[in-house]
Write a protein that binds this ligand. Structure first.
Ligand SMILES: Cc1cc2nc3c(=O)[nH]c(=O)nc-3n(C[C@H](O)[C@H](O)[C@H](O)COP(=O)(O)O)c2cc1C
Length: 258
């Protein structure tokens, strides 16, 4: 079944579909998706995920459909981290997993050594991770914001961000390190957040996700995923206008203090 689609106004699309004897109307909607998607995808790099049918007028031999294309945009999440011995990197992979739980979100992972200012410009939401070094972000992470990012100051305002950190031990300053990451982000105009939910009975990510060494326990792993998922949800809500992704409106289980 071949489909022709063209723009009427920026979003609504008129689709003219020649009908043959015996064509199944139920097959029409799936056939339309590639046509509509084909129009939107190359243009803005954003994808069409679904559409709703507004009206249907059938004439002999033709099926004419005025569809209101629902353009579900793709929010972009960057997980950017430093890691000297691999612990924060393991957290970063879990944050990526969490962000990917939200459909339609594009996720990019970058280690600080290979990251560029363009990566930060690309994203709508940023999860920034660093090992705890003397209760602070690592020197490599600081240098990234001091040097390649400095000329980009005043050009990034309004992106959404959060933090995560691995320390040598509980009480070693991981939350302080998160705070220092958040301070840098605030300085650059990012909108930063913490997560109110509990990831386990005694585990939260109120100021970002933290672990002692690698994220080994289920709860600390969940906290990393939860952070990534929440970032992707906020990007979906605030950057893509997907109100259904607001965590307070979803049927997902949200855990309070255990
Ligand atoms: C220079 C330096 C400073 C550190 N400072 C702290 C610290 O203040 N508190 C702490 O708990 N661990 C500290 N650590 C330990 C690291 O935070 C810990 O080993 C972390 O898991 C390393 O993460 P990574 O594997 O991603 O590099 C420090 C390590 C280094 C190399």
């Amino acid at each position: 079944m071949s489909v022709e689609a063209r723009f009427l106004r920026p979003l609504p699309v008129l689709v003219l579909l020649p009908l043959r004897q015996g064509d199944d109307e139920g097959a029409i909607a799936p056939a339309l998706l590639p046509a509509v998607g084909g129009i939107f995808s190359p243009a803005g790099g954003r994808r069409t995920a679904s559409f709703s049918r507004k009206s249907t007028i059938c004439r002999p031999g033709t099926f004419e459909m005025d569809i209101q294309a629902e353009r579900i945009t793709m929010g972009k999440v960057l997980v950017l981290y430093d890691s000297a011995s691999g612990n924060t990197e393991k957290m970063a992979l879990l944050v990526v997993e969490g962000a990917r739980m939200i459909p339609g979100i594009e996720v990019r992972l970058r280690k600080i050594d290979e990251a560029m200012a363009d990566d930060v410009h690309w994203c709508d939401g940023l999860a920034l991770g660093s090992p705890t070094n003397m209760g602070l972000l690592s020197w490599k992470m600081k240098r990234f914001w001091d040097e390649p990012m400095a000329p980009n100051w005043m050009k990034l305002d309004g992106k959404i961000a959060c933090a995560f950190s691995s320390s040598g031990g509980w009480g070693g300053g991981a939350e302080l390190a998160c705070q220092s990451l958040l301070t840098v982000l605030v300085n650059f105009g990012f909108l930063v957040f913490g997560v109110t939910d509990y990831a386990g009975k005694l585990t939260t990510a109120h100021y970002g996700s933290i672990t002692a060494r690698e994220p080994r326990e289920d709860d600390t792993q969940s906290a990393c995923r939860l952070l990534g998922k929440r970032l992707a949800e906020w990007v979906a809500v605030f950057c893509d206008g997907r109100k259904d992704q607001h965590p307070m409106k979803k049927s997902d289980i949200r855990l309070g203090p255990g």
